[in-house]
Write a protein that binds this ligand. Structure first.
Ligand code: AP5
Length: 234
């Protein structure tokens, strides 16, 4: 059965960065609802315009739009999906469970990347992304080797996101705590939640994520296992 995992965490926690590492290490398929919604807004359709307004305000896009996007991309086969930024509400989590069940699949692990709010502002305000291949960089912690050129594909199209500003981040964080953080309890109850320290270096976080993949994916957490989220969510 494919190994499907969810990366959970606030804006700027490092979900996209770790998803790219998982693609490199395991050939998994990334399903980022943020990327899908940015494509939808670029399409200029009526739905795209509605999406753009919600994203620019930092609000979550409606469950209906997001669940439909995921439904369209879920195909059987491959080594597994990395759900990056999805689900973000209880309704989305229920919908994902049903969609996977219809295909005889399941979520193997939910990895919560924990980062203090104070660090998120610095991460978001310094982030830029390659418009050619999607590689994620940071002005201070992960600059390109040659200024203005992507290390991976050589593109000079380095972009900053419209919603990466302090005002929108405040709303995005509020949305996270109000609507997404209840998922921590939801997945913990299933014995599926694993926590990693997102304040560590990108490489260390990646090793921790790989350790979870290696050690815990075939068995569910008993809540007493080392590395499982043994304490109930605060
Ligand atoms: P989305 O694109 O998903 O954004 P997000 O969740 O806010 O997450 P980010 O992409 O901002 O951060 P990340 O955790 O991926 O961090 P990254 O790896 O880039 O969503 C955008 C919007 O779309 C939402 O606000 C909402 O409107 C809508 N949306 C999306 N999904 C939705 C859904 N399911 N339902 C409803 N609406 C939805 O890293 C950040 C920076 O930190 C980078 O510069 C990176 O280099 C650096 N960094 C990463 N890890 C480390 C580390 N360990 N140490 C130092 N620096 C690091």
């Amino acid at each position: 059965m494919p190994t499907n995992i969810i990366l959970l965490g606030p804006p700027g926690a490092g979900k996209g960065t770790q998803a790219r590492k998982l693609i490199e290490d395991h050939g998994m398929v990334q399903l980022s609802t943020g990327d899908m919604l940015r494509e939808a807004r670029a399409s200029g359709t009526k739905t795209g315009q509605r999406v753009a307004e919600m994203m620019d305000r930092g609000e979550l896009v409606t469950d209906e739009i997001v669940i439909n996007l995921i439904r369209e991309r879920l195909t059987v086969g491959g080594p597994g999906f990395i759900f990056d930024g999805f689900p973000r509400t209880l309704a989305q989590a229920d919908a994902l469970g049903s969609l996977l069940e219809e295909q005889g699949q399941a979520i193997a692990a939910v990895i919560e990347i924990k980062v203090d709010d104070t660090q998120l502002v610095a991460r978001i305000s310094g982030r830029f992304t390659c418009g050619g291949c999607g590689e994620v960089y940071h002005d201070r912690t992960r600059p390109t080797q040659t200024v203005g050129t992507c290390d991976v594909c050589g593109s000079d199209r380095l972009l900053r996101r419209a919603d990466d500003n302090a005002e929108s981040l405040k709303v995005r964080l509020l949305e996270y705590y109000k609507k997404t953080s209840p998922l921590i309890g939801y997945f913990w109850r299933d014995g599926n939640l694993h926590r990693v320290d997102g304040l560590a270096s990108i490489e260390t976080v990646s090793s921790e994520v790989n350790r979870v993949m290696r050690d815990h994916i075939s068995t569910r957490c008993s809540h007493d296992d080392v590395g499982c989220a043994s304490a109930p969510p605060a």
